[in-house]
Ligand binder design. Structure first.
Ligand code: FAD
Length: 462
């Protein structure tokens, strides 16, 4: 694409056209800059609240492009963001006036069905991995919205329906291929660069650009028992108590998330979404007490293809809408905490918004805290208000509601937070994501990115 400007202006430097053209000659992917056709589509990310104007967007076609882009970033000193799925809630993968290194066109997934592993390129989405692995009756833990970036999700941990049985996405990482700030292409595994391997399992995008991850896979499906139970608002206290008791005692193969919601008729309600990662018959047996204890308005639990299940939530997170959330981990869900939430939920300004509990624990909690950078392993739920709206005039009300819901639950929280659900919340919250693992991450950051080239993230400040 033609360069529309004679130079690229960034917050930190002015790069002349000749420098950009030299980069272009070494780069086999596409470069998009301000004024180019398609620039506005290229700068869009999932959260419509994020409206930034990068100077240059570099769509990498392969790992050599990633090396060239990092070299350009390092030698020019341009502010640099890294983008895969573009889902970061605070828009960390987009910057004003800088360079965006975009991996979305590197999305190949190859599966070794005998070895039960899959290798996903740095820009693959959850849907890409799920489709490739399910073709062999295999799967590994990913998240609940199929167009989330797989590598971004994995680098922060990776919470999903299979997590309680098989661990986080990062717990299933066998190895990673990464280009570090100095342009080296490294492999990180238990046997090679083991310190980096430790940091990549939870430490986010702090250490370089990950061009591929190999995952451990597990037999699953193609059909699982899953779906939701929807309760009337008059049942909400009983249903929340039932959810807290049932989920706390559930076997690892069961993952039960829950949400305070607005129903299609405009009334508020409560929904439990369960998935049993085992046989349909066992799942029926395990879920029977939950389904019988309190008759729901609707019981939508039944056999469903795992691939359809993984896409079932996509409509709740429409790309381009305005989003805000603020998350915290809970060790338990007490009746007092539930009451406080229920009272405050009544004021929700947008019918699209909800308050969600994402169940963790099980196999996630059995990995020692010091084994990976991901630290908050003793949590039972990740909990957060998800504000979703369309009209910029109502930004304040929707953000305020989410903050209030967070504050209402804070006295019952454990202080920790999931790094991938952090917004722009400051360094103390980053430390809350890593707890006692923070100091070790700091040592790694100083070793692999002392100049903090990769700083547009939940930053481990060197
Ligand atoms: C609708 C929605 C649903 C979600 N559901 C879940 C869920 O169920 N479970 C869960 O665990 N998380 C979930 N998340 C959070 C998600 O894990 C994070 O937003 C994650 O950062 C998304 O990665 P991405 O590549 O799409 O993001 P991007 O915005 O593209 O990137 C975010 C950051 O990740 C880092 N990064 C991304 N790719 C690379 C790479 N290849 N190399 C190095 N660094 C990289 C960079 O620091 C970048 O700034 C959800 C998010 C959304 C918006």
């Amino acid at each position: 694409m033609a360069m529309a400007e004679s130079s690229i202006r960034s917050e930190h430097s002015q790069i002349d056209r000749a420098g950009v053209e030299a980069f272009r000659r070494r780069f086999s992917g596409a470069l998009v800059s301000r004024g180019d056709p398609g620039y506005d589509a290229a700068r869009a990310v999932w959260n419509g609240m994020i409206d930034r104007y990068p100077a240059l967007i570099a769509y990498c076609a392969n790992r050599q492009d990633v090396i060239e882009a990092i070299d350009f970033a390092r030698t020019t000193g341009i502010l640099t963001a890294v983008r895969s799925g573009g889902h970061n809630i605070a828009g960390a993968s987009l910057c004003n006036g800088g360079l965006v290194i975009d991996l979305s066109r590197m999305n190949r997934v190859t599966v070794d069905p005998l070895g039960r592993t899959a290798c996903a390129e740095g820009g693959a989405l959850l849907a890409d991995l799920d489709a490739a692995t399910q073709a062999h009756g295999l799967a590994t833990t990913t998240g609940v919205n199929s167009d989330t970036g797989l590598i971004g999700l994995t680098l922060g941990g990776g919470i999903g329906r299979l997590g309680r049985k098989h661990g986080l996405s990062c717990d299933n990482m066998v190895s990673a291929e990464i280009v570090t700030a100095d342009g080296r292409l490294l492999t990180a595994s238990e046997h090679e660069n083991a310190d980096l391997f430790w940091g990549l399992r939870g430490g986010g995008g702090n250490f370089g650009i990950v061009t591929a991850i190999t995952y451990r896979l597990h037999p699953l499906g193609p059909t699982v028992l899953a779906g939701s139970l929807v309760y009337d608002w008059r049942q909400v206290r009983d249903a929340l108590r039932l959810y807290a008791e049932f989920s706390a005692a559930a076997p690892d193969a069961l993952c039960a998330d829950a949400a305070l919601i607005t129903l299609p008729d405009g009334n508020h309600g409560f929904a439990i979404s369960a998935c049993y990662a085992g046989s349909i018959e066992e799942g029926e047996r395990v879920l029977q007490p939950l389904r019988r204890a309190l008759p729901p308005l609707v019981d939508r639990i039944g056999p469903i293809s795992y691939l359809d299940l993984q896409k079932a939530g996509d409509a709740s997170f429409p790309r381009g809408h305005r989003f805000y959330w603020k998350a915290q981990f809970l060790r338990q869900l007490t009746a007092v905490a539930a009451d406080a939430l229920i009272d405050r939920f009544r004021c929700v300004p947008s019918p699209r918004s909800f308050f969600v509990f994402q169940q963790v624990g099980g196999a996630i909690a059995r990995v020692p805290r010091s084994a990976t950078a991901y630290a908050n392993r003793d949590a039972a739920y990740d909990s957060f208000p998800v504000s979703i709206w369309n009209d910029p005039a109502t930004d304040e009300a929707n953000i305020a509601w989410a903050r209030e819901m967070y504050a209402v639950l804070q006295p019952f929280g454990m202080g920790g937070v999931y790094v991938n659900n952090l917004g722009d919340e400051g360094s103390d919250r980053v430390k809350a994501a890593y707890g006692e693992n923070y100091d070790r991450l700091l040592v790694l950051k100083r070793k692999y990115d002392r100049d903090n080239l990769f700083r547009l993230n939940q930053n481990i400040h060197p």
